[in-house]
Every structure is written in C-alpha cells, then in structure tokens.
Design a protein around this ligand. Structure first.
Ligand code: IPM
Ligand code: MG
Length: 354
C-alpha cells in the first residue's frame, strides 16, 4: 500500500480545530482508495513564537522537507499583534513560502450551488475563477526600510520582478487555464509601474506558447471593477503577489463564504502547502463554531496536486457538497437546515464519504 507523509501545521486560533476534521477526512479517503498517510505535526506562527521563540522553527521546515505535502490551519492573533514585522506570526507564513520555493498560489473561488443566494453580488451565480497569485516575489519580498528625509520620517517597500519569476508563474497560470475553460486574465498596473510593464511584456511572450488560451490584460483597478461587473466571465486570473492578495479576497467575498475557500501553494516539484483562505478567527477560537470545509477542501487539493490521488480528491469534494445539503455552520445561510459546529460538520463530510 502506498504511504504518504503529510506535515500538519495547525497554527493559531481556529487552526487546530479545522485541521482535525480535515485529517479525519484524509484518513477516510485513504481507507476508501487504498493508501495510508503518516502525519507529523509541527509548529508555525504564534504557537511557534510561544514555544520556540520564532514564528518558523528550523524543525518545521525540516518536517516539511521530508513530507509529500503540508496542511496548514492559520496563523496570527491579537496576542502577537504588537511584535515587530519580522517576528510576527505572519512572518512564519511568508518565511515558509520563501524557504520552500512555493511561488505559485492557486486560489479557486466559485459559488457553491446550495449557497447561490449568499453572494452580495446579484450576478455572481456563474462565478468560477482560479486566482493564480505569484507568492515569493514582488513587494512582499523586496527591499524595505525606514529613513529620515530632511528631518521627516519615511518608509519604503520595493516591487521587483525578474523575467524568470514572471515566466514561471505565467506558465503555471496558462497550464491551469488549459485544464479549465481556456481563458486567462493577467492583472498589472502597466500604465504606471515599470515592474508591471515587464510583467505584461513577459506574459504576452509566454502567451504565444499557448495559442489555444484566450488572453486579456487588465489594469488592477479595472480588474477589481470587472470582477464585480462580470464575475462569470473570468476563468484564470494571473496576478503578482500584492495584486493577487487583494483580488483573491475580493473573489472570496463574491463567492459569499470565505469559510469555504481552499488554497494551494506550489513550487517546482510535487510538494505543496495547503491552507484555507480564511484566517485564524481568534474571536471564535475554541468554541466549535468554525467552518472546517475550507480546510477539508484544501485537503482535497492536496490529494489532487501533491499526491496525484485524483479519484479521492473528487470524492472528497463531492462529500463537501453533500454535507452542505444536510447541515450548515454558523457562517453560512442556514436555509432551514440544522446549524452545527466544527466537529459535527466534519462528521457530516465523513458520513457523505462512506
Ligand atoms: C494571505 C494573507 C497573507 C498574505 C498574510 C497573513 C501575510 O493575507 O495569505 O492572503 O498577505 O499573503
Ligand atoms: Mg490575503
């Protein structure tokens, strides 16, 4: 029997609560499809700051490096909000993305049919987009600092991209579009930023390798508007680290329920880091109220992208749809169905899997 090694990074807040049912779902999928999983837990974020004095211990990277994939909960919380930038829980997340070379962040956002009315936008019903966000470059990783100019305090951050960095994320996005509906919208601010002009030139050149993909280029402000105006017309949205961060939250809100959205962060090989798009929600932590479905769907992405267990991934995604038809967590419209907690929603997915 095939055995996979999975690193578990529960993190902070609701992280541990949503990772637990996702582990159960993975184990159940393994029993159904004939593979086994060996889990190794490691610390990241605030939990690691408290125990190890750093948001990203070396041991956590080591655990990931000997695993086929990593499943993360969430990081951050008010307890650590006053720490300096490079020692905050978020630095652990940025650090692991950089250290493991996870440059391609896939964030699918679609309207789940049982929740069609939950979107704040009337015409979002047809939306099914995949935001492909560059994750290890741009202004997140550029030079930054504080200085004093003519006696006035100032600060700067640098947006910088190289041609190879743009090429590899563009190819990841075009490949994804080829597996989906064959459309790609590349987002930039090429009317103002030099880095965006290089982005657009490079994406235009890579597009010639994919003549079957219908490509458009949008300025980021216009893209933000068109996502609201014509959400159903987008397939793959390709964006830099910062623009992808912003547009993926917009797409998440269009879907009506950030509690349902998974993500994958991939590098050059099969290894990936999988996590829900939502954060650590400290206000509801420890209350059995969090929606575990985004993490369970992240586990499905893990099965698909890192383990190649496609049938198991399909089955798990179908089980989430089925669970949504019988119960709801408090973040979703109840629509006459019983409102249940984190653990019970996890059980509903397990029931649907069997
Ligand atoms: C995300 C988050 C992170 C980011 C934060 C927590 C550092 O917003 O994953 O989208 O900006 O990348
Ligand atoms: Mg974000």
């Amino acid at each position: 029997m095939k055995e996979y090694r999975i690193a578990l990074l529960p993190g902070d807040g609701i992280g541990p609560e949503v990772v637990a049912p996702a582990v159960q779902a993975l184990e159940a999928a393994g029993r159904l499809f004939g593979f086994s999983l060996r889990f190794e837990t490691a610390r990241i974020g605030g939990a690691a700051i408290d125990a190890d004095g750093t948001p990203l211990p070396e041991e956590t990277l080591a655990v990931c490096r000997r695993s086929d994939a990593a499943l993360m909960g969430a990081v951050g919380g008010p307890k650590w909000d006053t720490l300096p930038g490079d020692r905050r829980p978020e630095a652990g997340l940025l650090g692991i993305r950089g250290a493991l070379g996870l440059f391609a962040n896939l964030r699918p956002a679609k309207v789940f049919s049982p929740l069609a009315d939950a979107s704040p936008v009337k015409n979002a019903g047809q939306m099914d987009v995949l935001v492909v966000r560059e994750l290890t470059g741009g202004i997140y990783f550029g030079r930054r600092g504080r200085l004093t100019q003519d006696g006035v305090a100032a600060a700067f951050d640098t947006e910088q991209y190289s041609v190879p960095e743009i090429e590899r994320i563009a190819r990841a996005a075009f490949d994804a579009a080829a597996r989906r509906r064959g459309k790609l919208a590349s987002v930039d601010k090429a009317n103002v930023l030099e880095s965006s002009r290089l982005w657009r030139e490079t994406v235009t050149r890579v597009a010639r390798e994919y003549p079957q993909i219908e490509t458009e280029h949008l300025y980021v402000d216009n893209a933000a508007m068109q996502l609201i105006r014509r959400p159903g017309s987008f397939d793959v949205v390709l964006a830099s680290n910062l623009f992808g961060d912003i547009l993926s939250d917009e797409a998440a809100m269009l879907s009506g329920s950030i509690g349902l959205l998974p993500s994958a962060s991939l590098g050059a090989g099969a290894f990936g880091l999988y996590e829900p798009v939502h954060g650590s929600a400290p206000d509801i932590a420890g209350q059995d109220r969090a929606n575990p479905l985004a993490t369970i769907l992240s586990a499905a992405m893990l099965l698909r992208h890192s383990l190649g267990e496609t049938a198991a991934a399909d089955r798990l995604e179908a089980a989430v749809d089925a669970a949504l038809a019988v119960c709801r967590t408090p973040d979703l419209p109840a629509a006459g169905l019983p409102v249940v907690g984190t653990a019970a929603m996890g059980e509903a997915v397990l029931d649907a899997l069997r």
